[in-house]
Design a protein around this ligand. Structure first.
Ligand code: SDX
Length: 405
């Protein structure tokens, strides 16, 4: 590995050896980390990776990545076959879940239905409360990964007033989801392999992402030792928000508001005046290009080859170009994030915008579960209980209601 190294002489200027060489024994890779002020930046350690996300996106499948997240290593072929089989035979939900869903308004947002349905699963599998029993826990993990697409598709079909399509166990994980969404009168839905692959890659890229808002919600709620369905339902609730998982839905609503390419300059002016945000841009952590966005961007153009673009997607492509060259966004380190491109791919796939955060939830389920498992098995784990500093008024006497102004 060739790296430029810096040296500091006696006067403190950089010398060739002011670096720390770290060897990751899992991969044998070496990393040169600069030493500044007798220490290193913790963020430099983020360079140490076992699996690069772009390798997983290009080489793996979502269920294989889900196995990696849950077990901590990639499966052997036998382990993968068993994992896929277990998930495939748990894709159905109890018929009462369908009746539960019928209680929602005809136009209920699918994310609201998903949120409630995932939580409701805790009542169908009360044994899930035994979170320390590894066998019971494992079965709930299989059920969550297996049933999330089914609940998601049922919530979409309810929203569209269409009959529910049951899982087709002959299809792949993404293919089965497309079938449950799009199948109408044909005897068997045949997914386009290019769209199936694009969806699988989107699930991989959304699988896990450190302590983001929804994962922190799963960990916090899960720390009360509630069952995993209730903890994951908290993650779905957080992901519903427009600044998090709801961002890709807001991207398409923003593109619709812009309406034509000619309106882009005025829209950008409005963003700079603080009238609104450029949805799908910016990140709490990434102050440069989100590596996932680069991968998704490449696949977006491959999907467009299949689906063709439309005026909205053409606006998105122009918006991306303008924002990447505009100092306002460059100075604020606002780059397109994963939601910008996932939104336009789902649009190209013909997904209704309400389903965008639902698709995000399907992919993120394996990450939520892996983080929940890590938290549950952490011997030092206690219930989440942030402290607060009281900054209100002190020493106020109680005033009877009749004497209050
Ligand atoms: C996800 O945490 C994760 O990992 C999340 C996620 C995951 O995988 O789980 O990556 C998925 O949630 C991605 C983010 C999706 N959200 C959006 O695309 C919504 C639009 N973006 C934002 O609202 C915003 O960028 C956030 C919420 C993502 C980040 O907000 P921050 O941390 O407040 O942004 P910042 O501190 O970097 O902002 C710096 C400046 C501020 O302006 P000034 O006060 O300096 O003038 O940039 C402004 C912000 O107001 N700004 C934006 C902007 N995002 C930040 N201005 C216009 N458009 C935007 N999108």
């Amino acid at each position: 590995m060739t790296t430029e190294t810096k040296q500091t002489d006696g006067a403190g200027a950089a010398t060739a050896n002011d670096t720390l060489t770290v060897t990751d024994n899992r991969t044998g890779k070496q990393y040169e980390i600069p030493i500044e002020d007798e220490t290193i930046r913790a963020t430099e350690l983020r360079k140490i990776k076992v699996h690069e996300i772009d390798q997983l996106a290009e080489e793996s499948t979502y269920l294989e990545v889900a196995y990696l997240l849950v077990h901590g290593n990639l499966p052997s072929q036998k382990e993968l076959d068993e994992w896929v089989h277990e998930i495939t035979i748990h894709t159905f939900v109890h018929e009462n879940v369908k009746e539960f869903m019928q209680g929602f308004r005809y136009d209920a947002h699918p994310m609201g239905i998903l949120l409630a349905s995932v939580g409701a699963l805790s009542t169908f599998y009360p044994e899930a409360a035994a979170i320390k029993d590894e066998d019971i826990r494992y079965l709930q993990i299989i059920r969550l990964i297996a049933k999330m697409p089914t609940l998601a598709a049922f919530s979409y079909r309810h929203n569209r007033g269409m009959p529910y399509v049951y899982p087709d166990n002959d299809l792949s994980y993404p293919g089965n989801f497309l079938s449950m969404i799009y199948k109408v009168a044909e005897l068997k839905y045949e997914p386009d392999p290019r769209l199936e692959r694009a969806l699988d890659i989107l699930f991989i890229l959304h699988a896990d992402h450190e302590q983001n808002c929804s994962t922190s919600a799963v960990r916090s709620v899960g720390s009360s030792q509630v069952d995993p369905y209730s903890a994951v339902a908290a993650g779905v609730a957080a992901l519903y928000g427009p600044l998090h998982g709801g961002a890709n839905e807001q991207v398409l609503k923003m593109l619709r508001r812009i309406e034509t390419k000619e309106n882009i300059p005025d829209f950008i002016k409005g963003v700079k005046q603080g009238d609104e945000k450029l949805m799908g841009f910016g990140h709490r952590v990434y102050k440069n290009y989100d590596p996932r966005a680069k991968i998704i961007r490449k696949h977006a153009y491959e999907v467009f080859e299949v689906t063709g673009t439309n005026p909205l997607l053409d606006i998105a492509i122009d918006l991306e170009k303008i924002a990447l060259e505009d100092d306002y966004f460059i100075d604020r380190k606002l780059y397109p994030n994963v939601d910008f491109y996932s939104g336009i791919i789902y649009e190209a796939l013909g997904m209704p915008v309400e389903m965008f955060p639902v698709l995000f939830a399907i992919g993120r389920t394996s990450g939520w579960i892996a983080q929940w498992l890590e938290m549950i098995d952490d011997k030092e784990q206690k219930i989440a209980r942030p402290r607060q500093i009281y900054t209100g008024e002190r020493g106020r006497e109680y005033v009877p209601v009749g004497e209050r102004s």
